[in-house]
Design a protein around this ligand. Structure first.
Ligand SMILES: NC(=O)c1ccc[n+]([C@@H]2O[C@H](COP(=O)([O-])OP(=O)(O)OC[C@H]3O[C@@H](n4cnc5c(N)ncnc54)[C@H](O)[C@@H]3O)[C@@H](O)[C@H]2O)c1
Length: 248
């Protein structure tokens, strides 16, 4: 028996990194998966790896900044698997620069993918879940950067802090319908996003972690699984820090 047997989930930005780890973990617990990513080819490949492990999964193209694309992903999940029970808003980009050098385009791009994308996903999924009248769980991937702010990330920190406010407001709006909305703030996690950092900055950030190491994508995935499952049946509007004690 899997913890999510009979459930269907959408993971945005699920083609690699943390999103792929989330898709694999939810799939291993019995959820049917829609992996939605701007990189269509990688989304299909990712779906194959979930399917090889015994799960049901499809990969589809979706730019989370497009309302039509996000609505289409939710609709496809219901068509393909009969429902949408879990929505993970995970897609993300970085365009780091100090404020002095950051362009307005780079500010807008980051806010659009993280904040608008998460709002669109939360809106579309909660509407569908309310229609289904069987509750649901929405998990939004924020960042510890949204709690403390990072130099060179005024765009990203603002968007990730915005996801916290959005999560709490949405949780209050849809709690009566049994739809739970929570956020996770990962700390330093080993993925392509952090591999793009200069090695000395990565090492410096790793030193700030009380547990003495960067996290693994699966350590975010297990937290998503908990929030998505009935183990978290009375938890909504919360922010879970998964950061090895960094910035507590
Ligand atoms: N890696 C970390 O240390 C860390 C820490 C805190 C938070 N996060 C957050 O976790 C999430 C995943 O990060 P990651 O490290 O796995 O990054 P990643 O770059 O490895 O993966 C991000 C995925 O999102 C997809 N994506 C980008 N723009 C998109 C769009 N407009 N529509 C749909 N998909 C899009 C990419 O194609 C990619 O597959 C992000 O929201 C990120 O901000 C990561």
């Amino acid at each position: 028996m899997g913890m999510l047997d009979g459930k269907a989930a959408v993971v945005t930005g699920g083609a690699q990194g943390i999103g792929l780890a989330i898709a694999r973990r939810l799939g291993a617990e019995g959820a049917a998966l829609v992996i939605a990513d701007v990189a269509e080819g990688r989304a299909s490949e990712a779906a194959k790896t979930v399917a090889v492990a015994g799960g049901k999964a499809i990969g589809i193209a979706c730019d989370v900044t497009s309302p039509e694309a996000v609505e289409a992903v939710v609709a496809r999940c219901r068509e393909e698997f009969g429902s949408i029970d879990v929505m993970v808003n995970n897609a993300g980009i970085t365009r780091d620069a100090t404020m002095r050098k950051m362009s307005v385009e780079d500010f807008d791009a980051v806010v659009a993918v993280h904040l608008k994308g998460t709002w669109l996903g939360t809106k579309a999924a909660s509407l569908a879940m309310r229609e289904q009248e069987d509750g649901g769980s929405i998990v939004n991937i924020s960042s510890i950067s949204g709690k403390v702010g990072n130099i060179g990330q005024t765009n990203y920190s603002a968007a990730k802090a915005g996801i916290v406010g959005l999560t709490k407001a949405a949780a209050k709006e849809v709690a009566h319908a049994g739809v739970r909305v929570n956020a996770i703030q990962p700390g330093l996690i080993k993925t392509a996003m952090t591999e793009a950092m200069p090695p000395e900055i990565f090492a410096q950030r790793e030193e700030e972690v009380p547990m003495g190491r960067a996290g693994d994508p699966d350590e975010i995935a297990t937290t998503v699984l908990f929030l998505a499952s009935d183990l978290a049946s009375y938890i909504t509007g919360t922010v879970v820090e998964v950061a090895g004690g960094r910035h507590i």
